[in-house]
Design a binder for this molecule. Structure first.
Ligand SMILES: Nc1ncnc2c1ncn2[C@@H]1O[C@H](COP(=O)(O)OP(=O)(O)OP(=O)(O)O)[C@@H](O)[C@H]1O
Length: 636
């Protein structure tokens, strides 16, 4: 609980006409002085002195806001401390009091369309919602209501039915043309505990500054204003904009609830001065009466022995009961005109302010148990919890995704490692294959070997051919020479041939090694050669025995010719063989050998086809093994 007097501020309305300006001085608070003081100096004309008092008056205020002060300065000094106390759970009230046209509405409402000129209400809403945003640890529920007291009747400026109708028509003119009588009347009801309640006043729950401002504007547009001689837009009513803030700490069982009244009182005016009549006069009388009741309450509150405070005299005092002498932190703003023509009204306002400044309030922290409010707060708390759960879910799913991502990453890392191993094996194989291929001597050797084979086969064939020619020559000559000569020559030739034969045989023996492996043809050549020569030998031997066998000579020659022909054929065959041996490259044979081996190992045909075999059996075997292992899912 905090005990404090109502803080009273004075705001001086800027004077446009300096000629008619009151002379005044402001004495700022100092070590000697606890408050600001306003010293008003009377004009020189003694007939303008009020009650023939001395020519100067001094009034104390918590703070005096000068003409030059802007709207933000006013909010910082007056509005902000009150809304801060509301946010701490204490009721707060700001009310503006002053003569008509002195700047009450300008201070409380201001010009909403201009940021610079906005009054305490819009600035308080903005401050409140900014504060809520900055404190997500708490649950806040905000409700607003707007009440107008006109000619002693209360009206709900934010009536829902009217709002719905206006929304349907969507015409601003209709809003403005709306009659006050169409709005529901707000009445005061007292419960069994003596607590006063306002019946028919709607409290709107607002979740944003924009919505709250929207409602404030709607209510403001419904206010009754009149063009009076002193103010072209004079408020003919008292208006109270109420902000209720319920605060619950997250997870707490209890909650705080506090309300802030922002009161723009109708202007006090001296009827005789305003030259008004009719409705405006009636309004003025009601205004003055209610302000009189307000003053009465204040006076009673300041009288120590006063047992009864006349709150119920009027609607205004009934509503402000908590704000005056009750559970509230209250600030009064006295709006003062410093025009010399308004001296009396200014002094009157200052006097009222001095009395209010003496009123003591006892502000208590309000821990409410109202089911409606509690329900609202719990709903908000649930909403917030749901949001938090969603956020947590998102965070968890992100974490989950991250885990999955990490798993995938590990999998791919392993895969990359496996691939690296495979690549290194393949590189090894490739290296081996290259090393093999990089030994051209082997190939050269093989080529040379093959050439040697060819040459040796060629030379034998050549020799055989020559021998055959030599054998044939005498036979051919036999046709032209006589038999004796033929015989002599033949015997010589035979000897030579035999010699040649033995030489050839020797040579064949020497050159036999390259023919050993595969040359069946060579053996048959040898045999045929033997056969050919033996036939000649036989024939000649027969000649020797039977010296005069002419006809037989010819058959012998024919037989020799056949043998030679056979020899020639064999030579041609041998030549073909030699040619074939050129194409029979050893590497090709080896490759075929590997391929056969691969086939025999039952390797899948498709795989075989696509394998990058090198031709080297050793390497190819490794390659096949590598791909076989890979295909079966293992590691080579
Ligand atoms: N501090 C100020 N700075 C600039 N203009 C001001 C200031 N105070 C009041 N005014 C202007 O003076 C005129 C009257 O002000 P306002 O309507 O606020 O007076 P009021 O006290 O509310 O009068 P009423 O009681 O008749 O409603 C308005 O045009 C307003 O803009």
């Amino acid at each position: 609980m905090t005990r404090n007097t109502i803080k009273v501020y004075a705001r001086l309305k800027p004077q446009t006409n300096q000629q008619h300006s009151l002379k005044y001085r402001i004495l700022r608070r100092s070590n000697d002085r606890k408050t600001d003081s306003l010293v008003l100096l009377a004009p020189f004309k003694p007939d303008e002195f009020i009650d023939h008092r001395p020519e100067s008056w001094i009034f104390s205020f918590h703070r005096i806001i000068e003409e030059e002060a802007n709207q933000q300065d006013v909010f910082e000094n007056i509005g902000r401390p009150v809304i801060d106390s509301v946010l701490n759970g204490y009721n707060g009230t700001v009310f503006a009091y002053g003569q008509t046209g002195s700047g009450k509405t300008y201070t409380i409402t201001g010009q909403i369309s201009s940021n610079k000129c906005q009054g305490i209400v819009p600035r308080s809403l903005s401050y409140l919602f900014d504060f809520i945003k900055m404190h997500p640890e708490n649950i806040y529920s905000v409700d607003v209501a707007y009440l107008e007291i006109y000619n002693e009747y209360g009206y709900d400026l934010l009536d829902r039915k009217q709002q719905q109708q206006q929304q349907q028509q969507q015409q601003v003119q209709v809003q403005q043309a709306m009659r006050l009588e169409d709005l529901p009347r707000v009445r005061i009801q007292e419960d069994e505990k003596g607590k006063l309640h306002l019946k028919n006043l709607t409290f709107h729950n607002v979740k944003s500054e924009d919505r709250a401002m929207e409602l404030f504007l709607i209510g403001d547009s419904r206010r009754v204003t009149v063009d009076t001689p002193t103010n072209p837009q004079s408020s003919r009513s008292h208006c109270i904009f109420t902000i209720v803030v319920s605060i619950k700490q997250f997870g707490a069982n209890r909650y705080k609830k506090a309300k802030m009244h922002l009161v723009d009182l109708a202007g006090s005016e001296r009827v005789y001065k305003c030259e008004i009549s009719g409705t405006v006069l009636t309004e003025a009388k009601h205004i003055n009466l209610s302000l009189h009741y307000l003053e009465q309450v204040i006076v009673c509150l300041n009288q120590e022995n006063s047992s009864h405070i006349p709150y119920r005299n009027c609607l205004l005092t009934a509503i402000l009961r908590d704000s005056l002498g009750g559970n509230c932190i209250t600030t009064m703003l006295a709006t003062l005109s410093i025009s010399s023509v308004n001296l009396q009204e200014t002094i009157s306002t200052c006097r009222f302010a001095q009395r209010v400044a003496l009123v003591r309030n006892e502000a208590k922290l309000i821990l409410d148990h109202d089911l409606d409010s509690e329900n609202k707060l719990l709903q908000l708390e649930n909403e917030k919890l749901r949001k938090q759960i969603e956020e947590l879910k998102n965070t968890l799913s992100l974490q989950d995704n991250k885990d999955r991502h990490d798993e995938k990453l590990d999998y791919y890392k392993n895969l990359v490692m496996q691939r690296d191993q495979e690549i290194s094996v393949l590189l090894g194989l490739l290296k081996k294959a290259k090393a093999k291929l990089a030994q051209p001597e082997d190939l050269n050797k093989m080529v040379i070997k093959s050439k040697l084979k060819i040459r040796s086969k060629e030379s034998i064939a050549e020799r055989l051919s020559k021998t055959t020619t030599k054998v044939l020559e005498p036979i051919e000559k036999h046709d032209v020479e006589n038999n004796t000569l033929f015989e002599i020559k033949h015997s010589n030739l035979l000897e030579k041939s035999l010699e040649e034969k033995s030489i050839i045989e020797e040579n064949i023996e020497k050159k036999d090694i390259p023919f050993n492996d595969s040359s069946k043809e060579t053996n048959s050549l040898k045999q045929s050669f033997n056969l050919g020569t033996s036939n000649i030998e036989k024939d000649l031997e027969v000649k020797k025995i039977d010296e005069n066998v002419d006809d037989n000579d010819m058959s012998c020659v024919h037989s020799n010719e056949t043998s030679v022909n056979q020899l020639c054929n064999l030579i041609i065959n041998n030549d073909n063989l030699v040619n074939n041996s050129i194409t029979n490259d050893d590497q090709l044979i080896e490759r075929q050998h590997i391929e056969e081996k691969v086939k025999s190992n039952n390797i899948d045909n498709d795989l075989e086809k696509n394998l990058p075999l090198t031709g080297d059996p050793e390497i190819d075997e490794e390659i096949i093994a590598f791909y076989k292992a890979k295909r079966s899912g293992g590691i080579y």
